[in-house]
Every structure is written in structure tokens, then in C-alpha cells.
Design a binder for this molecule. Structure first.
Ligand SMILES: Cc1ncccc1N[C@@H](C)c1ccc2c(c1)OCCCO2
Length: 113
């Protein structure tokens, strides 16, 4: 029972840390391209090019729904945002640069979790 308690407590702490880190990502000045799912009417080629779209609002919903069994799954979805960004956007485009900046910020914060 003691072992289960500590692991349940750690899971709770991890969830709180992921929610906190997500808020920091959402309010980052370069988060604007990643806040909502890419509008495929605005970018028709996006649907074909990007097999698994991901965005910060989707991650927020998944956190709230308890879809992540481990904090590593949360990190994989965040990294998916930035790999999709690199695949679709030129490195030096505004969105491409925002992606690199946000990825660097995320990895810095993640390393301290
Ligand atoms: C992350 C990402 N990857 C590929 C395409 C778009 C996006 N993000 C969307 C939210 C977006 C970014 C830039 C935009 C845009 C919309 O509105 C049209 C006008 C130009 O500026």
C-alpha cells in the first residue's frame, strides 16, 4: 500500500507539473502558431503533409481527460508539434523560427522537471 501511495502521489505531481509547463508554453510570446489545430481550409496541403497534427489546445484537453498515462507521453505530443512545424515550415519563416524557439524553451523547462 505504501509503494502504491508514493507512485500515485508522484503521478499527481507529474500531472500538475505538465499542466504548469503547458500554461508556460501557451503564454509564451512565440506560441501563437501552435495554440489551436492548423486550419486545413486555410492550409489545404497541411492535411496531406502532416499525418498526426498536434497543438497546445489538444494537449490541454488530453491532460484534462487523463489521456496521458506517463509524463513522457505528454512530452512526445509537445515534441510532435515542433516536428510537424519543421516538416511544413521553412526554418527561417516566422512560423519556422517560432517553432525552433518554442522547442528550445520547452526542452529547457522539461530538463528541470
Ligand atoms: C503551426 C503551423 N504550421 C503550418 C501552418 C500553419 C501553422 N499555424 C497556423 C496557426 C498559422 C500560422 C501562420 C499564419 C496563419 C496560421 O494564418 C494565415 C496567415 C499566415 O500566418
Amino acid at each position: 500500500a505504501k509503494k502504491e501511495k508514493t507512485s500515485a502521489r508522484r503521478a499527481k505531481q507529474d500531472l500538475a507539473s505538465c499542466k504548469n509547463l503547458l500554461s508556460c508554453l501557451e503564454c509564451h510570446e512565440h506560441a501563437w502558431p501552435f495554440l489551436l489545430p492548423v486550419n486545413t481550409k486555410q492550409f489545404p496541403q497541411y492535411k496531406k503533409a502532416i499525418k498526426t497534427p498536434m497543438d497546445l489546445s489538444t494537449i490541454k484537453r488530453k491532460l484534462q481527460e487523463g489521456s496521458y498515462k506517463h509524463k513522457g507521453e505528454f512530452a512526445s505530443d509537445v515534441r510532435l508539434i515542433f516536428s510537424n512545424c519543421e516538416e511544413f515550415n521553412e526554418d527561417y519563416s516566422p512560423v519556422g523560427r517560432a517553432g525552433h524557439c518554442m522547442r528550445q524553451y520547452f526542452e529547457q523547462q522539461w530538463a528541470q522537471m
